[in-house]
Design a protein around this ligand. Structure first.
Ligand SMILES: Nc1ncnc2c1ncn2[C@@H]1O[C@H](COP(=O)(O)OP(=O)(O)OP(=O)(O)O)[C@@H](O)[C@H]1O
Ligand SMILES: [Mg+2]
Length: 277
């Protein structure tokens, strides 16, 4: 076996060795799929929050997940990120990484970033300091928090500031940002760990129309190089960004397709009309 082959063999294993975790994790997307969710069920006191759910996300896509309150959208993100254990099913990151075998911290290190609905930036730190903390934290415990940034890390941070459109706020305290800007900063903090897959829960809730539009542009710009899965109730926003929309209902996929497909889907119409009645 050559050195290259043995390195490949090493990466094919279903584990990540702590000492390697802060370097590139090789996610096998040779079949163009970055996330496989199959037969996933989760119950809380007998109530099935997820019920035999199947979902496949392609590498580089921007997917929107929609569905009524309680459909299971957040629970799905909780299982993918290792926060909630499932009863049955499988979750794979690429061809080879079995996410169900990893802890929440390991899953983050593997390159899956999660954004919760409420922004959780450090208000008493500047925008730049928030990004710096996120960058260092993403390097794990082996990294010295007091070490100064390397040139490439500085470049990464400047690139992120540019992406999230907060260059002029760089030295401002995060606490002084608007709600929308805080959401963008938090997305920037996720980007500091250079994730392959971003899971974003209800990013535009509470945003102004202008901030919502800017967020649509931001998330669209992030896809391609990365894969982005967005949960959102704001249908106008979903229409403005989504190529493929997945509709969850009672813990399963009810429909999938373009926004027009799902809006004209009989099952979707029935469920939504049923709920309004
Ligand atoms: N930790 C938990 N314990 C008990 N029940 C839970 C727990 N987490 C979620 N549930 C229940 O599971 C169901 C799915 O919840 P989930 O939060 O995934 O829905 P959602 O699609 O994200 O809804 P929303 O659009 O309101 O955020 C709900 O009925 C919820 O009450
Ligand atoms: Mg939710």
């Amino acid at each position: 076996m050559t050195m290259l082959e043995s390195t490949r063999e090493f990466w094919r294993r279903d584990q990540v060795w702590p000492v390697l975790m802060d370097d590139d994790v090789k996610v096998d997307v040779s079949k163009q799929v970055i996330l496989y969710v199959e037969g996933l069920s989760v119950s809380f006191d007998g109530f099935k929050a997820l019920n035999d759910l199947n979902l496949y996300i392609n590498d580089g896509e921007l997917r929107c997940l929609i569905g009524a309150n309680g459909a299971g959208k957040t629970t799905l993100m909780d299982v993918i990120t290792g926060k909630t254990a499932c009863d049955t099913g499988t979750v794979y990151f690429g061809q080879t990484i079995n996410l169900l075998k990893h802890s929440e911290a390991e899953i983050a290190q593997l390159g899956i970033g999660r954004k919760f609905q409420k922004p959780t930036v450090f208000e008493a730190q500047t925008v730049w300091e928030n990004l710096e903390l996120a960058l260092k934290a993403s390097k794990g415990i082996w990294y010295n928090l007091r070490a100064s940034l390397s040139a490439s890390e500085q470049d990464l941070m400047l690139g992120i500031l540019d992406t999230i459109g907060l260059q002029t706020q760089s030295k401002q305290l995060a606490g002084a940002l608007s709600h929308g800007q805080k959401q963008w900063l938090e997305i920037g903090m996720l980007l500091a760990s250079q994730p392959r897959l971003l899971l974003i829960d209800e990013p535009v809730a509470g945003m102004t129309a202008q901030e919502t539009e800017r967020t649509a542009e931001l998330l669209t710009s992030l896809a391609g190089d990365r894969t982005v899965v967005v949960v959102e109730h704001d249908m106008e926003f979903v229409r403005s960004i989504a190529r493929t929309v997945t509709v969850l209902h009672q813990g399963s996929v009810l429909a999938e397709g373009t926004m027009d497909d799902v809006q004209n889907n009989r099952d979707v119409i029935e469920v939504y009309l049923g709920e309004e009645a």
